[in-house]
Design a protein around this ligand. Structure first.
Ligand code: FAD
Length: 365
């Protein structure tokens, strides 16, 4: 058996732990400062919508390999808290007229016409002009999923525990502190997985200065959006780092109204002015939310802020030897940590296999 310590219990760490536990031949301990059930802006995963809106400009394996897994969970595992929704993308006339990539603050690839993911996501169609709201020059719809993170994260924990993974609380000052944290007393791990998200910018031995928060403010409401998730290519009543998206979580998780993507902003407290703009835009983009009434008809469950782990240059998934122990990094997923989670975990497993092969450990080898 190889001994593995996974640092981090967000969607990245939990998905890796589950994938490695399914593989067999690994004794796995997950250690983390925050666990599912905790709410802290710097622990991003509970705050995500979370849905699948592919963001890459061209095919990438993170999103491409994750979709089939989430789709299968939505079809066959109701206790995972994932359901299908119709995703509607509206491109505003003024954004398309401005040309360029329509990058917006969130994604490069989401709002381009004829995107690569039209072949990945089921039922992808361009909307007829008659179905476009005022001010929109084009739009598309496809079948996607929305994940109730309050159900999915504990489900991942349960799946790990069923396969023998042990969970421990710990706050690491340095990634090498993990060397003494396996639940097998006295056993130094063969491999450490670093899935510390945003806090990788402060963790000794990593201190990645390319990582910073992309602040995401949301309003969660009891109102429903008639089975649709709506996103628009831009907003113009706030700043360039504000967004408009709506997604209804599975199994009574409420509807998430977003949002913002404020790079470098560590403020974990909801801003009431931004909240008002989020609600106003959501009701305009999806009148079904309030049956045609205004924002007073929204029934607010909570206002919240999560800090996405943005990384300049993209996600870091690679192996590195630190203080004599192999570390596999998996952090910096920005706004796509769920929709890329399984693809990333598959890559982590490949790197783990390479290391095990070199170290000649693990019963599968
Ligand atoms: P985290 O969830 O932050 O987990 C990091 C873990 O590492 C935690 O357990 C933490 O305690 C631990 N840790 C860190 N430092 C230490 C330390 N020193 N010692 C011990 N433990 C440590 N993604 C999508 O795919 N779809 C969406 O629709 C979507 N919507 C979003 C909406 C909002 C408002 C926000 C904020 C994010 C959204 N995201 C979405 C992005 C997604 O939430 C993130 O990409 C993802 O949660 C990152 O997960 P992670 O596991 O890498 O990090």
């Amino acid at each position: 058996m190889s001994t593995i310590v996974v640092v981090g219990a967000g969607v990245s760490g939990l998905t890796c732990a589950l994938q490695l536990a399914k593989q067999g031949g690994n004794t796995i301990t997950v250690v983390a400062k925050h666990m599912p059930g905790d709410y802290d802006a710097e622990y991003t995963s509970p705050f995500a919508g979370a849905n699948v809106l592919p963001m890459a400009l061209e095919y990438n394996r993170w999103e491409g390999e994750t979709w089939p897994v989430l789709k299968k969970l939505a079809e066959t595992v109701p206790e995972a808290g994932i359901h299908f929704q119709t995703s509607i993308l509206y491109r505003r006339a003024k954004d398309e007229a401005a040309g360029g990539s329509l990058a917006g603050p969130l994604s490069e690839g989401l709002f381009v016409r004829n995107p690569w993911f039209k072949d990945l996501m089921p039922d992808y169609v361009d909307l007829p002009a008659s179905e476009l709201p005022e001010g929109m020059s084009s739009g598309s719809s496809f079948t996607s999923v929305c994940i109730n993170t309050a159900i999915y994260l504990p489900w991942l924990v349960g799946q790990c525990r069923a396969r023998g993974v042990v969970f421990k609380r710990a706050v690491l000052k340095h990634i090498s502190d993990a060397a003494s944290l396996s639940h097998i007393t006295g056993r130094k791990p063969d491999i450490i997985i670093n899935a510390t998200g945003l806090l990788s910018c402060r963790l000794g031995g990593v201190m990645d200065k390319k990582v910073m928060p992309a602040r995401g403010q949301v309003v969660v409401v009891r109102n429903e959006a008639a089975g649709n998730m709506v996103s628009t290519s831009g907003t113009d009543d706030g700043n360039d780092d504000e967004l408009c998206y709506i997604m209804q979580r599975a199994a009574g998780g409420g509807t998430v109204l977003g949002g913002t993507y404020m790079k470098g902003n560590w403020d974990g407290v909801p801003d009431p002015n931004i909240a008002t703009r989020i609600m106003k835009r959501a009701v305009e983009a999806c009148p079904a939310l309030t049956g045609g009434k205004g924002i007073e008809a929204l029934d607010v469950i909570r206002h919240a802020v999560g800090l996405r782990p943005y990384r300049e240059g993209g996600v870091r998934i690679e192996k590195e030897k630190i203080d004599g122990t192999w570390v596999v990094h998996n952090y910096g997923h920005g706004g796509w940590g769920y929709q890329g989670s399984w693809g990333c975990a598959f890559r982590v497993q490949e790197l783990v296999d390479e290391i095990k092969s070199e170290l000649k450990v693990g019963s599968k080898l």
